[in-house]
Design a protein. Structure first.
Length: 322
């Protein structure tokens, strides 16, 4: 018996969310008195997973799985869970994991809880705390099925080193044509900037920027911080920015370490999508803007004066601490 964790990777390297998931799985395994088995699909160095608590790594090497396919990947993880007699399966809340989780739960006849926000409240009975109502509240849910599937929210647990000597083992699941009933035809991906999903810092802006021609300073601030750029719904609706940058309840959810909102009033739909971010900074001319009530830090002022000064200060700071 073990705790199984799927470790997402890209271009042969494990994502930060995968390492966080291993840390979380280790915490559960310690409570249950068992070990952690990680599943890596065409992934990276197994020893890196050991740093965060994986005792065993099942390495799946299959060219058919170079492109993500929810049905195929779900089948791989379910087969691994059965082979390891895993009673808990840990996933993340990435877009890929959200597609897979219901398929895995059905295959394993498991209870599934998404948006997990902390280590289990108890193991017997098995109770977990998770975000509900678009991150506006928490719930404690008891899972009574023999196998449990958990979707860990980004930045919910953090990276915790708990070194183990991870042993790597080849795993060759049986895949058939039904696993590939959908096929990836092409992938269009931006390669010149940080993506919203993976970013630790997000710089977002709204109608307060007055037009797309003023977005240069938002991109400059993002470059200095190594951040992703994002926007509010009205901005994407007006065509100022791509729809892929729209964050909020009807756009992409953000759970970054730092979220900077510039010229965004803070409508409830926007706040629901970024509420899981750790630190929120707001720059707005309106001291009554709703965003200030949700912010950790707020600056009342003109972004066209504040942001250029912030960029220069950050450049000086980076140069002095290089």
């Amino acid at each position: 018996m073990s705790v199984l964790v799927y470790t997402e990777s890209e271009n042969g390297s494990f994502k930060k969310i995968a390492l966080e998931a291993v840390s979380y799985a280790k915490a559960i395994a310690n409570e249950m008195g068992t070990t952690v088995t990680a599943v890596s699909v065409n992934g990276g160095d197994a020893s890196q997973l050991g740093t965060y608590g994986a005792d065993k790594v099942l390495e799946v090497a299959n060219d058919k799985l170079n492109d993500f396919n929810a049905e195929a990947y779900a089948d791989v993880i379910a087969q691994a869970a059965k082979a390891e007699d895993a009673k808990v399966v840990v996933l993340t809340q990435s877009a890929d994991a959200k597609f897979m989780a219901p398929l895995i739960a059905v295959n394993l006849e498991a209870g599934y809880v998404p948006n997990v926000a902390a280590a289990p409240e108890s193991i017997s009975p098995f109770k977990v705390k998770h975000n509900v109502f678009t991150n506006k509240a928490f719930a404690i849910t008891q899972i009574s099925t023999e196998v449990k599937v958990l979707g860990l929210g980004k930045n919910a647990f953090g990276l915790k080193e708990n070194s183990a000597l991870a042993t790597a083992e080849a795993f060759n699941p049986t895949l058939d044509d039904e696993d590939f009933s959908t096929k990836v035809i092409s992938i269009d991906k931006a390669t010149d900037k940080v993506t919203i999903a993976d970013a630790e810092t997000v710089v977002s802006a709204g109608r307060g920027m007055k037009g797309p021609e003023n977005w240069g300073m938002i991109e400059d601030l993002a470059d200095v911080l190594g951040a992703a750029t994002a926007c509010s719904k009205p901005v994407s609706d007006m065509g100022w920015r791509p729809h892929g940058e729209h964050v909020g309840q009807t756009g992409k959810p953000v759970a970054s370490t730092l979220y900077i909102a510039i010229g965004i009033s803070g409508a409830i739909q926007h706040l629901a999508g970024i509420n899981s971010s750790k630190v929120k900074v707001v720059i707005n001319t309106d001291p009554e803007a709703p965003f200030f009530k949700a912010a950790d830090y707020g600056i009342v002022g003109d972004a066209f004066e504040i942001v250029p000064q912030l960029i220069e200060k950050l450049k000086v700071f980076k140069a002095q601490n290089a």
